[in-house]
Ligand binder design. Structure first.
Ligand SMILES: NC(=O)c1ccc[n+]([C@@H]2O[C@H](COP(=O)([O-])OP(=O)(O)OC[C@H]3O[C@@H](n4cnc5c(N)ncnc54)[C@H](OP(=O)(O)O)[C@@H]3O)[C@@H](O)[C@H]2O)c1
Length: 385
């Protein structure tokens, strides 16, 4: 295992994430997961990521797994999302979430506490004061931020001293490079990358049209419309690079993420020992320069094409001429597109995402009625043609 350094800490280039224990990628076996973590530790992995909002299992399995060697590993968990899905970064909310995480993780300290999502109702100054206080008490060692609108990230950087920024990065999800990298470079920060094999887009044997019910990928924009088609084209190129170099698709994907020196740790989320072994090999291999250059040419083409095609698709969805598999995933795709193209600020998009996700609980008639209303409201963000 190769290691990277930041603010005096030596962190394994590959870290393990426990998100899949929440069931987003289908049901996983907690016993096998625990065994996978112990083998990861033996193989040199010292960074493990989870979150309060991933559910009890995702913290408890990690806590149990690393209990015998707790001092040798860094545990990262996250605060800010309550069990009912509401955001809470108040003093009370953070403190009670931290106590709950410490208990579930069977530990007295959290190495990295990450602000998971934004809570627009709570001033950043209040959140920072609590995080700094927790550091002084020794309950957390460092804090970081992830999933926040860029304006909010800048506010955290002005008022506090985050250790890291967390964002998605893989060959099929590249926007962090333009959005967050400039900040990393000017503020002595490092990035923690997640979904480094594209939530399966760059690791599964084939990409199904539909995932089993309850699997997050049924509504993840990456698996729909133009993003899916672009992802499959990138996958094809990555497969070619993998063949040329005698590697697997997951390995070249992880090695591509690690080719960026801005990244402290590439998180991967295998639940099986065999996927773990495959992924860990990636840290030992340097992505060849000529392949990196070939990929940049492809990415430039894909980015230009996606900007055009995604806007057409989003306009079609919101105008009623394009219908995908389901109203929820269609609306998420349209809103995500407008956000990525900076046509709607992230802070204004968030309440809509929550409304769209809430549609799932409604009867089919009510769902369609609300979908129509949301479409009309979001349409106002489209540029006048
Ligand atoms: N996803 C997010 O929104 C998010 C946000 C913030 C932080 N994180 C953190 O980042 C971690 C990693 O993100 P992620 O879980 O989305 O990453 P990921 O590794 O891209 O996706 C996990 C999925 O990929 C599969 N997989 C991994 N390696 C594989 C391999 N070699 N061959 C075939 N399938 C493979 C896993 O299947 P198996 O279960 O079959 O191994 C699992 O279904 C999370 O666990 C979490 O701690 C994630």
């Amino acid at each position: 295992m190769k290691y990277r350094f930041h603010k005096g800490l030596k962190v394994s280039a590959i870290g393990i994430g426990c998100y899949s224990l929440s069931g987003v990628y289908g049901k996983k076996d907690p016993d096998e997961f625990q065994q996978m973590i112990r083998i990861a530790h033996k193989s040199g992995v010292n960074f493990y990521d989870t979150a309060g909002s991933y559910g009890e299992l995702a913290e408890e399995v990690l806590g149990n797994a690393v209990f015998p060697f707790r001092k040798e590993v860094f545990i990262s968990t996250k605060v800010g999302v309550q069990d009912d899905g509401n955001f809470d970064l108040t003093e009370r909310g953070i403190k009670s979430a931290v106590e709950r995480s410490l208990k579930r993780l069977k530990t007295d300290w959290i190495d990295l506490l990450q602000v998971h999502f934004d809570d627009p109702k709570t001033p950043v100054s209040e959140t920072i004061a609590v995080l700094e206080g927790l550091k002084r008490e020794g309950k957390i060692i460092q804090y970081g931020v992830g999933h926040l609108p860029i304006s909010r990230v800048k506010h955290y950087l002005e008022l506090g001293q985050p250790f890291s920024l967390m964002f998605e990065l893989s060959p099929v999800s590249r926007s962090a490079r333009t959005r967050y990298f400039p900040l990393l470079e000017t503020k002595n920060l490092k990035g923690i990358a997640f979904s480094t094999t594209g939530r399966g887009m760059l690791s599964l044997k084939s990409i199904p049209e539909n995932f089993p019910p309850g699997d997050l990928r049924n509504i993840d924009p990456l698996f729909h419309f133009d993003l899916r088609r672009s992802g499959l084209r990138v996958r094809e190129k990555m497969e070619e690079i993998a063949r040329e170099n005698g590697k697997t698709l997951a390995q070249v994907s992880l090695a591509w993420v690690l080719s960026h020196p801005q990244i402290l740790c590439a998180l991967t989320g295998p639940s099986t020992v065999s996927h773990l072994a495959e992924n860990l090999e990636a840290s030992e291999w340097d992505f060849p320069r000529e392949n990196l250059e070939e990929l940049e040419i492809l990415f430039n083409k894909e980015d230009a094409r996606l900007t055009r095609e995604r806007l057409e698709t989003a306009s079609g969805i919101l105008g009623g001429s394009i219908k995908g598999k389901d109203e929820t995933s269609d609306l998420i795709y349209a809103l995500d597109t407008l956000m990525e193209l900076e046509m709607v600020p992230e802070k204004d998009a968030l309440p809509y995402f929550l409304k769209i996700l809430g549609m799932e609980k409604l009867s089919p008639e009510k769902k369609s009625g609300l979908a129509r209303e949301i479409k009309e409201e979001i349409r106002q963000f489209l540029p006048a043609s």
